[in-house]
Write a protein that binds this ligand. Structure first.
Ligand code: B12
Ligand code: SF4
Length: 646
């Protein structure tokens, strides 16, 4: 039985924990006495606790992240109740900063903050040695020089002395009372900061990816750590300096993964294109070994793409490479507030290059709720980004990550964050709570309709009406876009017409969709198609036959699908004059074809379909462009069926 269990709860099964593999690889002589136990956050705490205890460990190390802290807290509380003498060691970004007052920290024996690749082995060595000595000498804590109970604190190993689990306060009691259930083994302090590890001497984690991992899970790799930038919302801004792994050793590890059949490589380097010779070395390495099905994902800074790098990127086949491009905001004042420097002209030029001259799949990020950014300025940025044509735009809602300096804006910009993970922004000086809620739905629906790549032909019809926020402001664009008042009807569906505000148009669609469906999850693809049809023809007065043809073209792009049936499509073109003002504004009035019962769609939050259909949505993602999504991306998507990339 292993003495040490290294455990974590991944966001989904598909994600393998890279951090744990580093810790395992660097355990040195203790490696034989350790094992990894990975779970995912949808497993129950009891099930996880049972699986961990089956190993009968003496130490359990948990990797704690924003996505698992709540569930891990429950698991730790259960473990401490069942086996109070078990030593719990925590690590990971969620417990590396602002540890005071965290329930999970109170429950644990030790917390190693920062990069614990080497420190975890050191701490485990000490803990096990002290324990072994105690067994040999038969001496108790204190006699062996170990940590004594803090004065005034009960240090009990008898869980029976604790409040019953059904008392209203039992969860709070867990943290305060169970924190007394310290393992009496160690003289080590509770919070142990890890020094930066010698990156060039770290043992490679890659052999700890099993064949099963390589076949079914996202394989994370890294060629460097740290970020030189200072974006205040991001935890990586605290990871300085940037340190590169020795390139030759890294590439040899990649070769071994390739030899073992790995095809999907997700680089977690914060800024892949920071150091030109390294980025080029890595790209050239994979290009030289290219084979069908390979897929590379990189995070990059958008305003740095020198000519040599461009030339190399162009050589990759379509869909083989994905760039995650963090833009976050196009607003200069907001960028300044969050200490983010970027050259927007160069960024636009690089995005245009990527879209027009390469087969790279571009996933661009924007954040809602940054200090100083309101709906209108966000909308302008969103429109600008749509104009640059990335295949995916992730609209993220700002989160207050522990340790990040963004808190300095709390008072001035009235930043109100949710108190529980993932600590999302609820309201700011510039975006009210109701508006933020609208944006949350906007983000979700944009994911389903636009990022899914399922409606690439139909989607632009939402904003093809000739208005820009830049010209008339959000309110006016929102009022007029898509109602037919903004432009002559002839401009609708005319690709040459001036592009309208995608933001205002989609926000209007999003509001309508929510009023119609009353839910943001478990929406079958067929329903999305019907809703687009109803909105475009009913609310926007678009020609039925044209909209139906566009939806059918989108639908047929995935071979083998059942025929798309659109209620109301067969009745032909409806005269625009038929539409009344009430019809335009009331989602209920004309959202569905005559004769359809009101029930299930309008029914408050009642899932219309089973979860299989909802999962179908993510599984069937295809590109945003009119082209079929390249095979490599389809495979990656299928593999990462549930993934929403960062
Ligand atoms: C892969 C990844 C994910 C995956 C999940 C992976 C998984 N296993 O399930 C996905 C894509 C789903 C994801 C999602 C999100 N993520 Co993420 N993600 C990452 C990423 C890119 C890589 C993590 C990694 O492997 N790093 C490399 C390893 C070596 O470092 P490490 O994991 O930190 O491990 C070291 C230490 O933490 C420590 N350690 C780790 N485990 C243990 C265990 C013990 C016992 C000890 C002692 C120490 C220890 O030692 C390790 C070695 O040095 C990081 C950014 C980054 N580059 O690190 C962000 C990051 C972890 N994510 C972050 C965030 C904010 C998110 C999201 C909220 C973002 C969003 N868009 O909504 C979501 C949340 C998802 C959810 N469901 O709620 C933050 C973390 C904040 C936090 N407090 O946890 C990070 C740091 C990004 C950032 N710069 O801000 N993410
Ligand atoms: S947002 Fe990107 S560039 Fe900014 S600090 Fe984080 S990783 Fe670095």
């Amino acid at each position: 039985m292993p003495d040490i269990v290294l455990a974590t709860l991944n966001a989904k099964y598909i994600h393998a924990s890279f951090g744990l593999r580093y810790l395992m690889a660097n355990l040195g002589g203790l490696r034989e006495r350790a094992c990894m136990a990975e779970f995912h956050i949808n497993q129950t705490p009891l099930e996880i606790t049972e699986a961990i205890l089956l190993h009968e460990p003496r130490i359990v190390g948990f990797g704690v992240y924003i996505w698992n802290v709540e569930q891990t807290t429950e698991v730790v509380a259960l473990l401490k109740r069942i086996r109070p003498e078990l030593i719990i060691v925590l690590g990971g970004p969620e417990v590396s900063y602002e540890t005071d007052g965290q329930e999970i920290v109170a429950l644990a024996d030790h917390v190693i903050t920062g990069e614990a690749d080497v420190k975890f082995a050191e701490v485990c060595g000490q803990l096990l040695e002290t324990g072994d000595r105690r067994v040999e000498t038969g001496k108790d804590a204190g006699e062996t020089g170990e940590r004594k109970p803090e004065s005034g604190k009960k240090e009990s190993s008898d869980p029976a002395a604790l409040p019953g689990p059904f008392s209203a306060s039992h969860r709070k009691a867990d943290a305060s009372e169970l924190s007394g259930l310290r393992s009496p083994l160690s003289a080590l302090p509770k919070i142990i900061p890890a020094e930066l590890p010698p990156i060039d001497r770290l043992a490679s984690p890659y052999d700890f990816y099993t064949d099963e991992d390589l076949a079914h899970r996202v394989v994370y790799v890294e060629a460097s750590r740290g970020c030189p930038f200072t974006c205040e919302f991001c935890l990586s801004s605290l990871d300085v300096p940037v340190r590169a792994f020795p390139l030759d050793a890294f590439l040899s590890a990649m070769q071994r993964l390739l030899d073992r059949g790995a095809t999907q490589f997700k680089f977690v380097d914060r800024t892949f294109n920071l150091h030109l010779p390294t980025s080029m070395g890595i790209l050239q390495f994979f290009l030289d070994r290219w084979r069908d099905g390979l897929f590379l994902h990189f995070e990059m800074i958008p305003d740095r793409l020198p000519e040599q790098l461009r030339a190399l990127i162009k050589k990759f086949p379509p869909g083989a490479v994905q760039f995650e491009v963090g833009i976050q905001t196009f607003d200069d004042a907001t960028s300044k507030n969050i200490s983010r420097r970027q050259n927007l002209e160069r960024l636009a030029d690089n995005l245009r290059f990527l879209r027009e001259e390469t087969g790279v799949h571009v996933h661009a990020d924007l954040i809602v709720g940054l200090p100083g950014e309101g709906m209108e300025s966000f909308g302008r940025g969103f429109d600008r980004l749509v104009g640059l044509g990335p295949q995916e735009i992730q609209v993220g809602i700002l989160k207050r990550l522990r340790g990040t300096p963004i808190v300095r804006h709390d008072a001035e910009f009235a930043m109100r964050y949710a108190p529980h993970p993932p600590y999302e922004i609820l309201a700011t000086r510039d975006i009210s709570f109701p508006a933020m809620q609208r944006m949350r739905r906007f983000a979700r629906y944009w994911d389903i309709v636009a990022n899914s790549g399922q409606f690439t032909t139909t989607l632009p019809m939402l904003w093809d009406c000739g208005l820009q926020i830049a010209d008339c402001g959000l309110d006016e664009a929102f009022e007029k876009c898509g109602t037919g008042e903004a432009a002559d009807q002839s401009t609708i569906h005319n690709p040459q017409s001036a592009i309208a505000s995608p933001f205002a148009s989609f926000l209007r669609f999003s509001d309508w969709l929510h009023a119609t469906l009353r839910r943001t999850h478990q929406i079958a693809l067929q329903s999305v198609a019907q809703c687009l049809f109803d909105f475009l023809t009913g609310e926007n007065g678009a020609d039925r036959a044209t909209v139906a043809a566009a939806l059918e073209a989108d639908w047929r792009r995935i071979p083998g699908r059942a025929v798309l049936t659109l209620r109301g499509a067969e009745t032909g073109k409806r005269n625009r004059a038929e539409r009344t003002g009430a019809q335009r504004r009331s989602p209920k009035a004309n959202s569905f074809a005559a004769g359809e019962p009101e029930g299930p769609r309008g029914g408050a939050g009642k899932p219309e379909t089973g979860k299989d259909e909802a999962a179908d949505l993510t599984a069937l993602r295809s590109p945003h462009s009119a082209l079929e999504k390249p095979a490599a991306i389809r495979t990656a998507r299928r593999q990462a069926r549930h993934t929403q990339a960062l």
